[in-house]
Each structure stands twice: as C-alpha cells, then as structure tokens.
Design a protein around this ligand. Structure first.
Ligand code: AMP
Ligand code: MN
Ligand code: MN
Ligand code: MN
Length: 280
C-alpha cells in the first residue's frame, strides 16, 4: 500500500473550517492514508473523527495530535504533539487552562478593539466559536462585521505580529508543553520554525533549546518553505539530532496553498516521524 500522510491540520474545534467528519472526507478525496488532526490546544475532535472512521470502515488512519501554544525565551511558539493518548488526564487538565487563557486573551483584545472603535467582536465570537478561540476567529468576525476587508487585513492592522494590538499570554512553558506530550505517550514537534519573527541566529538557539528540553522533531516540510530554508533547517535538525515532520497546516478548503496533503518533498533518507507513527 502506498502511503500519503499529513501530520498537521485543523478542524472547527479550533480555527479550521471543517468539522472532523468533513475533514476526514476531505482527506479521503485527496487519497491521504495517514492524517494527524492537530487542533490548537484541543483534542476534542479526535474521538468524533475516530468514530466516523470506524463506523464507516474508512480507509484512513487517524493519528492523534494537537498543537500547543507555548512560551519560550524567544517568544510564543507552537508545539505539535503526535501519537498521543488523547484521554490523558494531565494533558486534558492543561488544555482546559490553555482554553480559558485563550478566552481571557480574546476579552483583552476585544477591550483594545473597542478603544479603536471596533465593537461587538467578543459577543459574536461567543456565539460563533465551537470551542477554542483563536485570533483567526477574531479576524473572521472583524470581516463579518465589516471592519476589515479580509482576515489578512485584520492581522496586518490589528492582531498580527506588526499590528497595533499586542496581548501576550502566559501559555504553558516550553518544557511543560513537551513533557505533557511525552506523558501522553506522544512525539513533540516544533511547528513551522520559520514562521516565528526571529533572526536565524535566534531561531537556531530556539531549536537547540527545544532539543535540550526533550523535543523530538522539527517540521521540515510545510507550505511556503523554499529549498534554501529547508537546507538551513536540515542542518539544525542534524546538529540537534531531531527527526523531521511534514504537514500542510491546513485550515480552509479555499486556501489552496495550504491544501491538505500539500507540502514540499524532502529527501527520503532524512529520519522522519512517519516511521514511528505509521507502525503503531
Ligand atoms: P492564535 O493561536 O490564537 O494566536 O492564532 C494563531 C492562528 O492565526 C494561526 O494558527 C493561523 O491560523 C492564524 N494566523 C496567524 N497569523 C496570521 C496571518 N498573518 N494571516 C492569517 N492568519 C494568521
Ligand atoms: Mn491556526
Ligand atoms: Mn501553528
Ligand atoms: Mn497549525
């Protein structure tokens, strides 16, 4: 059997557009055989996706995952966990706290938006959001209410890296995020390393810290990476004896450049998490 995998994507339990069952249908359309669902600070879509696969005997393996927001001395990063026991109590307790912090942050962002003349965002999010609130939802609501023309504008002007509203949150720290994933039996992956606003020098230190804190793998293949960046990341991976991981970070069917199953090809002799995850 030939394998087609994707180890990073989102359902509507966080900021993806599709509910878990529709995400599975979408993956089957793209002939994906192994899919990791990795919602932001949530494992709630996994049981639903498993049930759908089992009841319909669908030809796809679901790998239990999540994407934890974590604090480091280089700022906020995302740690993907793969192959976890999603019923792990410690993990679920920590996720409950992260989810509460996300709503607190949304409320603080809403206060600042109100001061900038943008009102009603939090109310609408409270009606619309299924579980985990993200800045994507806030951006989506700002579009719906007519304050910005698209989500990108909301990030650019207000809630993105260069936007005027900056709220940092005391997310779980890096070591803790990694140990939560390990306690749940999973593999900890530093997600999309080049998307953090860091110089190469600082990014190299972040990757080193991640490895020294027990991290297992580095995303080496995701949309928007070019060959030069992949080569640079591969050196960091080798220096720190990390495995590679690959994923699209799929959120919405209409964003074709991050479509499910789509990411750059990497050399098959690079040690990769796929070897651990597809046998289990
Ligand atoms: P949060 O975890 O709540 O801070 O939200 C982060 C999510 O917002 C990411 O996972 C992306 O889905 C989305 N996002 C972040 N930056 C941008 C951007 N510049 N444009 C569009 N979406 C973004
Ligand atoms: Mn997201
Ligand atoms: Mn992310
Ligand atoms: Mn993601």
């Amino acid at each position: 059997m030939s394998i087609k995998f994707d180890f990073h994507c989102h359902s509507d339990y966080s900021d993806g557009a599709l509910e878990p069952e529709r995400l599975i249908d979408y993956a089957l359309d793209r002939e994906i055989t192994h899919l990791a669902l990795t919602d932001h600070d949530s494992v709630s879509g996994l049981a639903e996706a498993h049930k759908y696969i089992t009841e319909n005997a669908l030809p796809i393996r679901l790998i239990n995952g999540l994407e934890i927001s974590a604090l480091t001395e280089y700022g906020e990063v995302h740690i993907v966990g793969l192959g976890i026991d999603y019923q792990c109590e410690r993990l679920n307790q920590a996720l409950k706290i992260q989810q509460e912090k996300r709503w607190e942050r949304a409320s603080l962002i809403d206060e600042k938006l109100c001061k900038a003349g943008i009102s009603g965002v939090l109310d609408k999010c409270q009606q619309d959001v299924k579980q985990v609130i993200t800045r994507s939802h806030i951006a989506g609501v700002m579009v719906k209410l007519g304050y910005v023309s698209d989500r990108q504008q909301a990030f650019k002007k207000y809630i993105g890296k260069q936007g005027r509203i900056k709220i940092s949150k005391d997310w779980v720290v890096l070591d803790k995020a990694i140990s939560l994933i390990h306690q749940a039996g999973g593999v900890a992956v530093l997600a999309h390393p080049t998307r953090y606003p860091l110089s190469n020098r600082k990014l190299a230190f972040l990757i080193q810290d991640f490895a020294q804190s027990g991290g297992d793998a580095l995303e080496l293949s995701y949309p928007s990476l070019n060959a030069d960046k992949i080569s640079w990341l591969k050196i960091q991976l080798e220096n720190n004896q990390l495995l590679a991981s690959s994923g699209s970070d799929f959120h919405y069917p209409d964003l074709k450049w991050t479509d499910l199953g789509r990411f750059p090809h990497i050399d098959s002799n690079i040690p990769h998490v796929v070897e651990k995850l597809i046998q289990a």
